[in-house]
Design a protein around this ligand. Structure first.
Ligand code: G6P
Length: 611
């Protein structure tokens, strides 16, 4: 989704802004642009459709030079991807704006501005902001004041960066509903929609809060004001993940790197959170034990891959903690007349902690009388974490590939920790707790074993290169894993893929099965195995080609059109985590064969900060 970078520095900012945009590429975008206040007092802008590399080429032909500027990657919402619609948007020749989010009342504002003689060049909602700030500048004392007056007229979500040739060496930023951080430099100050955009210049950040407005000026001066205009001291936090996470290293794609990081990040997720034979409830915060003791039901809300993690957790929480669980996608939940039984815990799952629907669902839930809210998230300081009562960080480190991999398996691991913490308070047998804790500890090593099968999985992937459809089957807690496998395949290879609980096969999807429809199944050694095997026979009998990921001890033989890949033995409750890996690798290799843009698949964004 859109990205913002801004810099007020002691040097030419063109390279800083360009590098920032490159680091934001993973979020998904379709055009890019930059505006810099030049030494001669003019405002200069360059924009290009397509990748940041296209903008970089334009900058080689016509460089920008100045100590203050803003830049943007745009993911089209209002108006198609084009140079005219790319940010920064200008009002006249002296003022430029970059914006993430959506201005919901842009139409009446546009009519009002047009009536006042302002001419619009683009189809975007953002351009109204540029003209409004320009108009308010006539009455306002300075740029900060003009931005503040403008914000009062905007409905919707925004992170903004504004520069004006009348305020040299100043950027005004503002956030409401979309994330924005300030990078603290030495004698320099930066603005970014994501700290990753700025790691080349600083590792110290102020995470702006809802309604905050910030003025960055020469000499590294940073002034933050809350929504009421009161000057605020916001904490400066050091980014702890290091810069290495933002580079691909020797891997061909970030996705492959992130798949291979899973044993290490699962270990990081478990670190300090397990006792000898139980999970430590304190990991969820000092109030967690008192709150968890009261929990009688759990509602889980998330989007995309995170939603699939929630679906797996339902099986675990009902089985091991004995509490009823409801799981729902955030975009549906937030518009439902939800009935909340007494003592229900509200749980959100999110890699980014900034997904618009999940955040809106949390805000909606806060008005509905839940016992408390828990965020399981990968980004400390994100909006979701800040606004929840309890939180647990998944410790996956920055995930750059749009298709989520390590964020998902660490979410599952964190959800098993949650299951154990809650289960213990609800009387889960100590022996079962001990077994699961031991199995969790052994998980990273088993994952290494699965990753070692990469060559065999790559060989299987060739069967998919010419296919247009695929069907994924699973039962029980592996149904959501089948859903996640299908999502990965469609996201990055653009093959249409669907997932079904295997027991539903006869109720419709079997009609689609023929030699052109590969069927992928996860078959761990659990109580549903025999039923799954019968379902697979049904597929074979219709001429479907089967790809089965099975436990090494499962009696299932390789034959013509039945490919069996054997995975190491794992505690059956944790199999959903392990069985995710071959599906990730399969999708990855299919996408590479098809030559798609693996890390930035078309039309998708890493962090969906608009509804
Ligand atoms: C986007 C991403 C997905 C992600 C989903 C939810 O669609 O492309 O990978 O699962 O958003 O994001 P979250 O950050 O809330 O987990």
């Amino acid at each position: 989704m859109c990205g913002i970078v801004g810099a007020v520095a002691e040097r030419n900012v063109e390279a800083i802004l360009l590098e920032g945009l490159k680091r934001l590429e993973y979020r998904g975008y379709d055009s890019a642009g930059m505006a810099v206040l030049a030494a001669d007092g003019t405002l200069q802008r360059r924009r290009a459709v397509g990748k940041v590399a296209a903008l970089a080429e334009r900058l080689v032909e016509a460089p920008l030079s100045g100590r203050c500027g803003i830049a943007h990657t745009r993911w089209a919402t209002h108006g198609r991807p084009s140079e005219v619609n790319a940010h920064p948007h200008q009002s006249g020749e002296r003022l430029a704006v970059v914006h993430n989010g959506i201005i919901e009342n842009h139409e009446p504002l546009r009519r009002d501005l047009e009536a006042d003689g302002y001419r619009f060049d683009s189809e975007t909602d953002t351009e109204v902001v540029a003209h409004l700030v320009a108009r308010e500048s006539e009455a306002a004392g300075d740029l900060l004041d003009a931005v503040r007056r403008t914000l009062a007229r905007l409905d919707g979500a925004y992170a903004l960066g504004v520069v004006s040739a009348d305020a040299p060496d100043v950027i005004v930023g503002a956030r409401k509903g979309s994330p924005l951080v300030v990078g603290v430099g030495i004698g320099e100050a930066f603005l970014g929609s994501d700290p990753l955009a700025l790691l080349q210049v600083t590792d110290r950040f102020i995470y702006l809060e809802e309604g905050d407005v910030v003025r960055l000026s020469a000499g590294g001066r940073i002034e933050v004001f809350d929504a009421a205009g009161t000057p605020m001291e916001r904490e400066v936090q050091t980014f702890e993940h290091g810069d290495g996470a933002a580079s691909r290293g020797d891997y061909r794609h970030f996705m492959l790197k992130e798949i291979h990081e899973q044993p290490a990040v699962i270990a990081a997720c478990l670190e300090g959170r397990l006792g000898e034979r139980s999970a430590l409830v304190e990991s969820f915060g000092p109030d967690a034990e008192a709150l968890f003791s009261r929990v009688r039901q759990v509602h889980i809300v998330a989007c995309g891959t995170s939603y699939h993690a929630g679906m797996v957790a339902r099986y675990w929480l009902e089985r091991f903690a004995g509490v009823p669980v409801q799981v729902e996608v955030a975009s549906e939940y937030r518009y439902r007349r939800v009935v909340v039984p007494e003592d229900t815990l509200f749980v959100t799952l999110s890699q980014s902690g900034e997904t618009a629907d999940t955040l809106a669902a949390l805000r909606f839930a806060r008005e509905r009388g839940y016992l408390a809210s828990l965020a399981i998230c990968n980004v400390p300081g994100s909006s979701l974490v800040r606004e929840s009562d309890l939180s647990l960080m998944t410790q996956a480190g920055p995930e750059i590939g749009v298709a989520s991999t390590k964020a998902f398996t660490t979410q599952l691991t964190a959800l098993m920790l949650f299951t154990l913490a809650l289960g213990r308070l609800k009387g889960l047998d100590a022996g079962v707790q001990g077994e699961l804790v031991a199995a969790l500890r052994g998980l990273p090593r088993l994952m290494e074993g699965v990753l070692a099968l990469d060559g065999e999985i790559e060989a299987l992937s060739t069967a998919f290169a010419e296919k247009h459809h695929a069907l994924f089957l699973g039962r029980g807690a592996h149904f959501p894993i089948a859903l996640e496998g299908a999502l990965k395949l469609k996201e990055i290879s653009y093959i249409h893929a669907e997932a079904y609980p295997a027991g539903e096969l006869k109720h419709g999807p079997l009609a689609l099965v023929d030699a052109e429809m590969p069927v992928i199944s996860v078959a761990p050694n659990d109580e549903l195995l025999d039923k799954l095997k019968s379902n697979l026979q049904e597929v074979r009998a219709r001429g479907g080609e089967l790809f089965v990921f099975a436990d090494e001890e499962v009696g299932m033989n390789e034959e013509e059109y039945v490919h069996v890949l054997r995975l190491p033995r794992v505690h059956e409750a944790l199999a959903p985590i392990l069985y995710t890996l071959p599906l990730q690798l399969l999708s990855y290799h299919v996408a590479v064969l098809k030559g798609t843009d693996v890390d930035q698949p078309r039309n998708l964004a890493k962090s969906v900060t608009v509804e």
